[in-house]
Ligand binder design. Structure first.
Ligand code: FAQ
Length: 320
C-alpha cells in the first residue's frame, strides 16, 4: 500500500529517513517539528476537508430542530448539532497548526475548491433520517476516526480522541431512535425502512473510493496518517451494522449482501458514478449547502468586524 515518497526541493533523503524513523517508533509529529512538505500538504487537505464536513454536516440535521417531535428529542438534536460545530473548530485549529489560515480554508470551501463529505449532499426527508444519520453516518465516521485517533500527527490525533467520544453519543442516540421506530407502529416501521433505503448506500460510499481508486492512500499510509485503507474501514462498518440493522427488523437494501466463510458481510457493487456526481455537485444538494454556508458567512461579517475592531483597540491601533 505504501508508495515512494515525494522529496521536495530543499529536502534531503536523510531528513525523510529520520522523519519516517520517528513515525516507525510510534512518536507523534508535533506542530513545530520538521516534516516533509508533502506530509504537511496532505494533512492540510484532509483535516480542512474534515472540518468542512463537520460544519456542513450541521445543515441536514439542523433543518429538523424546529420539527423535532418531543422536547427530549429536540434537546438531543440541538446538542448533537452544536457538537458538530465544536468538531469543526477543533479541526480548523488542527489545520492552523500546520500553517493553513482560516480565511484560506473558508474560501476554498465557499468557492467549491475544497471538498466536504459526499454524505451531506443528501436531503433529510423525514424525521427518521435524523436517527439514521446518527446510526449510520456517525457509525461510519467513528470507524474512520477511531483509526485516525492513532495517526502520526499529534494535534489531529488528539482532536480525534475527543471527537470520537462525542460521536459515540451521536451513534447511540441514532440507534436507540431507529430501533424504537423499527419496533413501533406500521407507519414508524415504514419510516425507518425508508430512511435506511435512502441512507445505506451513501453511508457505505462515504468511506471513500475502493483502495484501487484511492490516489492518496499510499502516501497517507506510508506516513502513519491512515492506519487502515478505505475498504478495510468500510468492511468494519458493514460487519458491525448489518447484523444490528437486521436484528432491529430492517432489510438492508442490497440484494447481494451475504456473509462469507470468514464471517465478513460482503456488499453488492457500489454505484461510484453516483458518488462522483454527488461530490462534483452534479447531483444532490451541493449548491444549497454552499449557498447556506455563504449566507452564514455574509451574515457573520459584522461579528468578524467587531472582533477585529476590539482586537485593534486592545493592541492600541487607532480606529479610522
Ligand atoms: N466525500 O484518495 P482518496 C462526519 C475524495 S465526518 C467527498 O481515498 P483520502 C461527522 C478525496 O478527498 C465525515 N470526497 O482520499 C458527522 C480525494 O479527493 P482530493 C468526513 C471524498 O483522503 C456525522 C478523492 O476523493 N470525515 O461524518 C470522499 O485518502 C454526522 C480520492 O479519495 C473525514 O473527512 C467523500 N466521502 O480518503 C458530522 C475524515 N471520499 O482531496 C455531522 C477524514 C473520498 O484528493 C453529522 N478524512 N473523497 O481532491 C479521511 O479519512 C479521508 O480523507 C477519506 C478519503 C477516507 C474520507
Amino acid at each position: 500500500m505504501t508508495q515512494p515518497t515525494t522529496i521536495h526541493p530543499g529536502e534531503t533523503p536523510e531528513q525523510h529517513a529520520a522523519f519516517e524513523a520517528r513515525i516507525a517508533r510510534g512518536e507523534k509529529i508535533e506542530a513545530g517539528d520538521w516534516m516533509p512538505a508533502e506530509y504537511r500538504r496532505q494533512l492540510i487537505r484532509m483535516i480542512s476537508q474534515h472540518a468542512h464536513s463537520e460544519v456542513v454536516g450541521m445543515l441536514p440535521e439542523g433543518e429538523w430542530i424546529s420539527r423535532a417531535p418531543t422536547l427530549k428529542r429536540k434537546t438531543i438534536l440541538m446538542a448533537k448539532v452544536q457538537d458538530e460545530a465544536g468538531h469543526g473548530q477543533y479541526l480548523y485549529h488542527a489545520a492552523e497548526t500546520l500553517g493553513a489560515t482560516r480565511e484560506d480554508m473558508l474560501q476554498a470551501l465557499l468557492s467549491g475548491k475544497a471538498k466536504y463529505s459526499s454524505i451531506f449532499n443528501y436531503p433529510t426527508r423525514s424525521w427518521a433520517d435524523v436517527g439514521m444519520i446518527g446510526w449510520l453516518v456517525d457509525g461510519a465516521a467513528i470507524k474512520n476516526q477511531t483509526m485516525l485517533a492513532g495517526c502520526s500527527y499529534g494535534p489531529y490525533s488528539r482532536a480525534m480522541v475527543r471527537i470520537c467520544s462525542e460521536e459515540t453519543f451521536h451513534h447511540k442516540q441514532g440507534k436507540e431512535m431507529i430501533v424504537g421506530y423499527a419496533q413501533g407502529t406500521p407507519e414508524q416501521r415504514a419510516m425507518a425502512q425508508d430512511a435506511l433505503n435512502r441512507w445505506w448506500w451513501p453511508a457505505v460510499m462515504m468511506l471513500g473510493p475502493h483502495d484501487s481508486d484511492s490516489p492518496n492512500t499510499g502516501a497517507l499510509s506510508r506516513w502513519g496518517i491512515k492506519l487502515k485503507s478505505n475498504d478495510e474501514v468500510r468492511q468494519e462498518f458493514i460487519n458491525e451494522h448489518v447484523p444490528e440493522l437486521m436484528e432491529a427488523g430492517l432489510t438492508i437494501p442490497d440484494p447481494d449482501m451475504h456473509q462469507d466463510a470468514s464471517g465478513n458481510w460482503i456488499h453488492g457493487s457500489i454505484d461510484w458514478n453516483e458518488f462522483w456526481a454527488i461530490i462534483k455537485g452534479e447531483r444532490g444538494l451541493n449548491k444549497e449547502r454552499l449557498g447556506a454556508k455563504q449566507a452564514a458567512h455574509d451574515d457573520g461579517a459584522w461579528v468578524r468586524e467587531a472582533l477585529q475592531a476590539y482586537a485593534d483597540r486592545a493592541r492600541g491601533v487607532a480606529a479610522d
